[in-house]
Design a protein around this ligand. Structure first.
Ligand SMILES: [Zn+2]
Ligand SMILES: [Zn+2]
Length: 240
């Protein structure tokens, strides 16, 4: 039983690592095409980003693999496979609930990581990327990686979610984590300046966090930043 759970954890670690390499690789390639030379002098930094990210992949994969094994073998969690098990409105609501819960957890733990002692101990690893690249998506000290790794494995015990919606949550998490760090904005400016777009976090918003540190702490939405007065708008370097 323990062996099976550990094998599942190992498989999940491999999946998370490959997902990182594939997604960061794809957007690093896109960066080469759209912004040639942007990463030209960043070779040593990128190697560090990949090293920390692969370590983070192991930390993310361990609890996720054990929970996946428990779900498959023992029916743990509130993940369901028949869309009709709950009313259909649970599908979009659960997507939003997961993103908002993760965003809330991230905002407050991220602010906490910026306290001087913890910053020096852990979060400095993430900010050592100056400027960040598409490879920095999971470039975290293990302490920070643990705070991120527990979120989804805990949420699946608390909030029902269809397995496909969970896949969508993970896809959004992965793509936004990479693109928010890649050094250029892929969304049209008109969308970012729109009423709804003004609540979303993309590269233009997170880049400003990497430029100024004490602002723009959010993950997906600008809700907490605006509510707490830590929103300093979008980086102006990304006009397109
Ligand atoms: Zn960042
Ligand atoms: Zn930070």
């Amino acid at each position: 039983m323990i062996v099976a759970a550990l094998l599942s954890a190992l498989a999940m670690i491999a999946i998370v690592a490959l997902r990182y390499l594939a997604t960061s690789g794809l957007f690093a390639w896109a960066t080469m095409r759209r912004r040639p030379g942007l990463y030209a002098s960043l070779g040593p930094q990128i190697r560090r980003e990949i090293g920390w990210s692969l370590l983070s992949a192991a930390i993310y994969g361990l609890p996720a693999g054990i929970v996946a094994w428990g779900w498959h073998e023992h029916g743990w969690t509130l993940i369901y496979t028949d869309p009709l098990d709950y009313p259909l409105w649970v599908l979009p609501l659960s997507l939003f609930a997961y993103l908002f819960a993760h965003d809330t957890w991230f905002y407050w733990t991220h602010r906490w990581m910026h306290r001087p002692r913890l910053f020096r101990l852990a979060h400095a690893v993430h900010h050592a990327s100056r400027p960040p690249t598409a490879w920095a998506a999971m470039s975290f000290h293990p302490i920070e990686a643990i705070t991120g790794a527990v979120v989804i494995p805990v949420l699946v015990f608390l909030v029902p979610i269809h397995v496909a919606v969970l896949g969508l949550v993970l896809a959004i998490m992965t793509v936004m984590g990479v693109t928010n760090h890649m050094g250029w904005e892929m969304f049209p400016r008109a969308l970012l300046r729109s009423r709804a777009g003004g609540w979303l976090i993309t590269a233009s918003h997170h880049q400003r966090h990497h430029e100024h540190y004490g602002c723009n702490y959010g993950l997906y939405f600008r809700f907490w930043d605006r509510l707490c007065g830590t929103d300093r708008g979008l980086s102006d370097r990304f006009a397109r």
